[in-house]
Design a protein around this ligand. Sequence first.
Ligand code: ZN
Length: 145
Amino acid sequence: MAVLEELYQEVILEHSRNPRNFGPLENADRTAVGYNASCGDDIQVHLKFSGDWLSSVHFTGEGCAISKASASLMVGAVEGLKISTARIFVRHVIDVISGRNTEPVTEESLGSCAVLLGVRRFPMRIKCATLAWHALETALKENNT
Ligand code: ZN
């Protein structure tokens, strides 16, 4: 188990150092902002839609290693998904990380984002880990109108 935790930490550090899809998105259809005052994380999520699909997802901003790594993992996981699928996935990840999900969690249901599960042991960092996800969820909700 210790080896696995080390691996998770490696993945998180790697993503925070080399975030995926980091940078502005030209002609974005929507941008949502996530701000975590307790840590100073300030992340913006940028979306582009193509019909019912989420064709591009980028993020910008500043934050701690966990908030950036989580945003990086998120954009990689949701880009290319159907909007309806992305909505369900985003809610699932938020519920799981924040411990609201009472059902047994399979790592398969989280995909590459399973590395974020380790954050549950550090309640202070849960806000950091879910910041970008809440921003994305807000942006996807607006698409209903
Ligand atoms: Zn943070």
